[in-house]
Design a protein around this ligand. Sequence first.
Ligand code: SF4
Ligand code: SF4
Length: 341
Amino acid sequence: MIDFAALHAAYERDGVYALQLEVNDACNQGCVYCYMNALPEPEQALGDEEIISVLDDASALGVTAIEWLGGEPLDRIGVFEVMEYARGLGLRNNVWTGGLPLIHGQVAEATARLCAEGLISVHLSTLDSELYESMHPGRTADDMAAILLGVERLIESGYPADQILNSMTLTGFQTAEDAIATIETFEARYGIRTSLNVYHTYLRPDTPPGKLVRFIPSEEAVRSAHRRCERQWGGRMPMNCVDKRYCSATVAVLNDGTVTPCATIREGACTVRDEGGLAGCLERHTEELLLLALKRGDVCLEECRSCGLSEDCWGCRSRAYACGAGLWGPDPRCYRRRRAS
Ligand code: SF4
Ligand code: SF4
């Protein structure tokens, strides 16, 4: 699923392993906690030509994987053509879908075919109907059933369960017990592991930060869910998505062309629309985009010195940024940090 040899090589050469490509901002799933405030109707999208140009640059830069993001990437008209183009360049396709479009057999089939070397991630943060509806105002628990049906379609088509993830956002809405029940159901029913994303978007357009506090999960819930995932993934897990190498060797192109170190960081210093494309942005802004100050150790996180995981982890840069501690600040959701400091 992840080519760790390629990831480590990209990290060592200050290169890029994964490009997160946010092709639109529209999504019907209505997650109340959505980090990018996706809308039912599209307002922003990268054009086909822009996507092709970004893919060409990514290929020339030695990128291994394209992480297709939205909104809902599978609802973007023409997405399969550009995924096909990426595959033709030798890039792996990883799709991060809410899951609703997979109920359509043709969409499931095309996604499975184009992601044969990569992964498909669906998004269900709970399997509790009442909770699902409270986390998706205006939607019903029928969506939950539809997403599961889409997952079953993928598996029935022969797509390997170990290349499917459930992307769970842990928020202040779920209890640790609910999160663990969801993780265990995906594992027991389908053999699918969970990618745990601890809620961290304290900044959202038009929403005062104070109103977002309720979304933040408790330290105890984070610890419990994280520990259950560690059993599933077989070892101590950093607070970073994969590890700090992935975090550094990933860049994002947002749906308005802005280039940032990660799609969950919504502000960036450059855009593919006016800085010579992706290659130009990377040339001018390597330091910030690849988090080089952290890699070199120019910026030290005191809290991480004695935790025993700092070889693999420096905490999520996006959570630090979103809570106002800046790109180099401590990860506010790290439950190990207090003991380490
Ligand atoms: S900034 Fe956070 S969400 Fe983004 S890759 Fe790094 S650890 Fe993952
Ligand atoms: S203390 Fe630092 S290195 Fe340790 S788990 Fe937390 S963020 Fe990662």
